[in-house]
Design a protein around this ligand. Sequence first.
Ligand code: IPM
Ligand code: MG
Length: 361
Amino acid sequence: MNRYRIAAIGGDGIGPEVIEAGLEVLDALAARSGTFRLEVERFDWGSARYRREGALMPEGGLERLKSFDAIYFGAVGAPDIPDHITLWGLRLPICQGLDQYANVRPARLLPGVKSPLAGVGPEDLDWVIVRENSEGEYAGQGGRTHRGYPEEVATEVAIFTRRGVERIMRFAFSLARSRPRKHLTVVTKSNAQRHGMVLWDEVAAEVARDFPDVSWDKELVDAMTARMVRRPASIDVVVATNLHADILSDLAAALAGSLGIAPTANLDPERRFPSMFEPIHGSAFDITGKGIANPVGSFWSAAMMLDHLGEKEAARRLMGAIESALAAGVLTPDLGGKATTGDVTRAVIDALGGRNAPGGA
Ligand code: IPM
Ligand code: MG
């Protein structure tokens, strides 16, 4: 029996609702598969803690996380606290502090879910966006001087290092290699941004030589948005900077039916530190507490977590159960249905099937 220690951070808004739903599903899956167990510790980190104690995460929080096998994260952000405070108070310190440099965002048209793009079916939209997650536009470099005066200046410096670009490029090429189509699109803005983005292009060409079996092309980020809409089937794996991929992944999620479905893995591919798994949607205060948040993004993220932990069979089983619940029409309002978070959770648990243990059904 494999045991994994999971740190669960529900965070803000609908985060705790979808994480609890995910833990319920994981519990059922573990019980039925009989091959692994999860020991879950919950952390109440987030905006409520910030209001109470002045920090989203306690001192030494990062150190505590290091002893876990994975982190299961909901969302962070609150209407009464500036977003840059919540982001830099919890999620970014974890991603950057644990060097989770590869952010992986699959977008796939699941059964029962319709794309807003006319005539686009599941075979046309099966992408993985790889987002550089440790530097770039989110490096936090810059500053403000002469605050409040007419001559106030602010700089927001994007940082691109050869090491940072090379490792994300290698990760993206290997991921592309593992997929049937073996195709990678490298996204930049190297016409207008002539330093960091040109470095991306150069490093891509260098790394590509080590992956002769992977085909690749380049696209400028603005053209990429059009290509995603007009020629979705031409895309397989995409690699882009922190900010570009942030934007492209929202577009991808919307084209694949709903932001409520999309999952994310923040990976330390070298496995020095725990990786973090979270739905891509935010805290969604407009629907918090109503019981209608779509838990599918959280479930899919849980499947990515199992996959990363090495529980490939359990991950496949969970994905299968998610797909059959959706195909049966158990859809939350964001997908045009009337189901609640609880309805979807029960439908997925039912679809997991019976016990695997010898003598089981
Ligand atoms: C995401 C989100 C975050 C980001 C926000 C909440 C700061 O949009 O995970 O894509 O930009 O990284
Ligand atoms: Mg985003």
